[in-house]
Each structure stands twice: as C-alpha cells, then as structure tokens.
Design a protein around this ligand. Structure first.
Ligand code: NDP
Length: 466
C-alpha cells in the first residue's frame, strides 16, 4: 500500500524535530504534527526561557558584587514585564527558527493533535494521514498532586507568563525545576518558600553536591521548608482595603503560611493519553511511559518513541540523540543506538550544579575501591566582593583502573566547565591524565587538574563542603 508518508512524527519538540529533519535528509517523505507550538518543552516553556530568566535574575548578585570593584550604582530596580516580554520574544524567534528548519528540510507540518487510529493511520482533527513508520515524540507535562486547592497553583508552564512578579512565592518540590525557579524568583526579589518533602533538595544527585546546593539556597535567602507536605491551599479573602488576596498554605502537620503564589514543581509525566497508543499495541511501562527497546522501538512493529514520553533520561540533548539515532537507523542505513552512559547534566540553580558520570553513592554500589578528590573554596571574584558563596568540586576515581568515573561541581559556570570534562570522562580519561593536564590560571577550572590528595576514608556522610 502507498502511504502518504514514509515517516510521521507525533510531537514537534526537540526529539521529534531532529528525527524528522534527519529522516528527510536521508530522503524520506516526512510529516509531523504539533498541537501547540513547534519547539517543544525545551524551547517554548522549558530550558531556553528558564535559562534566560536565570540570566535575568543573576544581575541582582552582579550589582551587589560590583560595589567592591568600585562601581557606584543607584539602587537597581527591576521590571518583570520587560524581562517576561523579552524572553517571550526570544521564544517567538526560536519558534520561527524551528518552523523554518522543518520547512527547509522538506518536512510537512500538520498543526493539531495526532491520534493513532491504527498502526499506519493518524487522525489530526478532520485530516486522516497514513504513514509506513511512526515516531511518537509527545513529550511530558507537569504533574500536580490532587490536593484541595490545586486549582490555585501554577506550574512552570505558567511561570513564564505571570502578569506580575509575586512578592512571595511558595515553590513545592525539591527537583530541577523547583531549585531553578527558587533561584530565579529569589534573585528577582520575591520572598521564596521552598517546600520539600525531604530533608534536602535534588534527590539522586551526589550527596555532597545536594548539601552544597541546599545550603547555598538557604544562605542566599530562600526559606527552606523541609520535610513538609502541603495538605491544602486556600484562597484567603481580600483584605479590607481591597488588597490582592494571598493564599494560605496548610501543611500536613497542621502548620500554615501565607503566600502570593503557589508553584508546583513535583515532577512531570509522559504525554501518553489521548494518542491512541492502546489501540495499536504500544505498551506502557510500570511508570506509564512508552516502553521501548535500545533502538527506541515500541511493542508495535512500525512504531518508535523518543524523548520524555519514554522517560529514559528526560533531557533535551538526550531526546535529540535518540531521535537522530532512530532516523539514521531506519532511513539512513547507519544503524546506531543512543548511548545513555555518561550523560552530563546541569541544574541551573544559583550557583549551578553540573555533573557527569557516577555519584559517589552510585560508584560505591557498583565499583570496588575508590579515590575521592574534593575541593571547596571561595572563588577569586568573591574574595574582593566579600560574597560568601563557595565552589565545590569533586572527582571520583576508580582505584583499580585510575579512571575518572564521576565529575561534580557546584559553583559559577559549572555547566560550562563540566561540558568539557564530560568529553574526558566519555573518553575514559584517567586521573593521571587529569594530573598531566596543565591548568589555565587563574580559573576555578584549574582546580580539576590540580587536586592531588585523595580524601581520607571513610567518606563524610552529609556534611556540607566547607
Ligand atoms: P524532578 O523529578 O526533578 O523533581 C520532582 C520533585 O518533586 C522531587 O523533589 C520530588 O520529591 C518532589 N515531589 C514529587 N511528588 C511530590 C508530592 N506529591 N509532594 C511533594 N513533593 C513531591 O521533577 P521536576 O519537575 O523538577 O523536573 C522534571 C524533569 O525535567 C527532570 O527530571 C529533568 O529531567 C527535567 N528538567 C531538566 C532540567 C535541566 O536539565 N536543567 C531543568 C528542568 C527540568 P522526592 O525527591 O521526594 O521524590
């Protein structure tokens, strides 16, 4: 049977767009559908606008530090509307870039939500389209627990479009999004309550790094409400002067506090509903994500899935890698699997956390004897400005092979630095090779090639790097 397309992609985010462009480049006839805006979470309501807000909020610290370097500045004031609108303009520009990329690659865009009718048929509104192969790249969406008053809460989706900057905001969760937005709103001058159900932020990251980020948030002025769960959110009536009604947040242990805005950042779930997966034999895993094999193939023979909808490693560059591998394999005659080992990542809290490879805890579980190198120091810039912010670095080395199996950093520009070191880790560099590398002086990064003395075991449990 002749199909309309060789490949049809559901979802024009990072993974879907990459797969469709590469497949088209290999000569396939490709269609793609999107029900919101081309670019997906990363470009439209995630990584990109978030990072721009981080840049915006960081000026607060820069202004403070400038004084000791002789700059005399008037008391800075901030316009949320200017920042918000400029970020939105950049998102519009990138949306246009993505549209042009698809067009330039010869990929036909169908606006609307795609629904699988059978294994080769997709319905988008009133259109019916057929394709030989189908890729589901439908992404994920924020999850808000079902508590009374959840309708008053926003998620990161709405945070980019706020009519005004909240004077006070309660952010619920202790993951990537929660700590990043805590830094953003704190920098812009809001009072931030970070409400997390554990004792520290960022479960799953290296324990010492978690502590370093947690302490930095607290020292930076974020109110850390730890081991706290929210029972309900109440809209409190306007005050007698007709002021804007704040919310009262009630905790499970009977406490309460007031805030002007509640934002939930309690995780994201794969977008698997309403696309007809059950009809075509695409099975989900226990967590509700599309189950795929190492080639990103689903349980249906002509259907693949990449990106957050598969809940492997939910990062844009990983979705891009998965989409590219799929297209090369199926349409380019170049079979290759995505490699999920040693994927570097960063959390754009302030200061940043970045890492590649194993955490100390993972390395202890999986490997034999380790050598751990750490360094904690006040960055040069702050010795003059007086800022108390510290940088923490850690190398984890497998003793038997001398291989560096983990690199971790909490500090300014951590993401930029660790990206370079990720190449070394991916290439299997040894500690001896790190040691043989000459540092660039004076930088924070040179510390990674000058750490000579392994920590004396046993490892400190949770104490912050000092
Ligand atoms: P995360 O999974 O990172 O964190 C969720 C947080 O919410 C955890 O602290 C979790 O606590 C907590 N939580 C979950 N359920 C509840 C609940 N019912 N009540 C209270 N707290 C709860 O999710 P995010 O939403 O922060 O981010 C989603 C994903 O997006 C990330 O996993 C990441 O892959 C991606 N992302 C990546 C970024 C980057 O690369 N810089 C930036 C932003 C997002 P607990 O630890 O106890 O489970």
């Amino acid at each position: 049977m002749a199909y309309d397309y060789d490949l049809f992609v559901i979802g024009a985010g990072s993974g879907g767009v990459r797969a469709s462009r590469i497949a088209a480049g290999h000569g396939a006839r490709v269609g793609i559908c999107e029900d919101y805006r081309v670019g997906g979470t990363c470009v439209i309501r995630g990584c990109v606008p978030k990072k721009l807000l981080v840049y915006g909020s960081k000026f607060a610290h820069e202004f403070e530090d400038a004084a000791a370097y002789g700059w005399i500045l008037a008391e800075p004031t901030h316009s949320w509307a200017t920042l918000r609108d400029n970020v939105a303009k950049e998102v519009d520009r990138l949306n246009g870039v993505y549209l042009r990329l698809l067009d330039g690659a010869g990929v036909k865009l169908h606006m609307g939500r795609g629904r699988l009718m059978d294994r080769h048929t997709i319905e988008i509104g009133s259109q019916t389209i057929t394709a030989e192969k189908i890729l589901v790249a439908a992404g994920g969406a924020p999850v808000v627990p079902d508590i009374p008053g959840r309708e008053f809460a926003i998620t990161s989706n709405e945070a980019f479009h706020l009519p005004e900057l909240p004077r006070r905001i309660a952010i619920v969760g202790g993951g990537y999004i929660a700590v990043e937005f805590a830094g953003i709103f704190n920098g812009l001058g809001s009072h931030v309550d970070l409400v997390l159900r554990r004792d520290r932020v960022l479960r799953g990251f290296d324990e010492e790094c978690r502590t370093a980020v947690h302490d930095a948030l607290k020292d930076g002025g974020v109110k850390m409400r730890t081991e706290m769960q929210i029972a309900r959110i109440e809209a409190t009536p306007s005050d007698s002067r007709g002021g804007k009604a704040p919310f009262t947040v009630h905790t499970q242990l009977g406490g309460m506090f007031e805030t002007d805005l509640v934002m939930y950042a309690t995780g994201r779930a794969p977008n698997t509903n309403g696309i007809g997966l059950e009809k075509v034999g695409v099975q989900l895993d226990k967590a509700g994500a599309i189950a795929v094999d190492e080639w990103s193939k689903t349980t249906a023979p002509n259907i693949w899935a990449v990106g957050d909808v598969t809940d492997r490693i939910n990062l844009t560059p990983v979705a891009i890698m998965e989409g590219h591998c799929f297209a090369d394999t199926e349409f380019g005659g170049k079979p290759r699997k995505p490699d999920h080992r040693d994927v570097p990542s960063a959390v754009f809290c302030q200061p940043e956390l970045a890492n590649v490879g194993l955490t100390e805890e993972e390395a202890r579980m999986r490997l034999g004897e380790l050598r751990i190198f750490t360094s904690a120091f006040r960055p040069m810039k702050y010795t003059v400005s007086g800022r108390q912010q510290r940088t923490f670095m850690k190398l984890i080395v497998e003793a038997a092979t001398d291989k560096v199996v983990g690199v971790h950093m909490v500090g300014d520009d951590a993401a930029e630095l660790v990206q370079g070191l990720a190449v070394a880790v991916k290439a299997g560099a040894t500690k001896a090779q790190f040691d043989a590398t000459v540092g660039i002086h004076p930088t924070a990064g040179e510390e990674f090639v000058t750490m000579r003395t392994a920590r004396v075991e046993p490892a400190p449990s949770r104490k912050a790097a000092e």
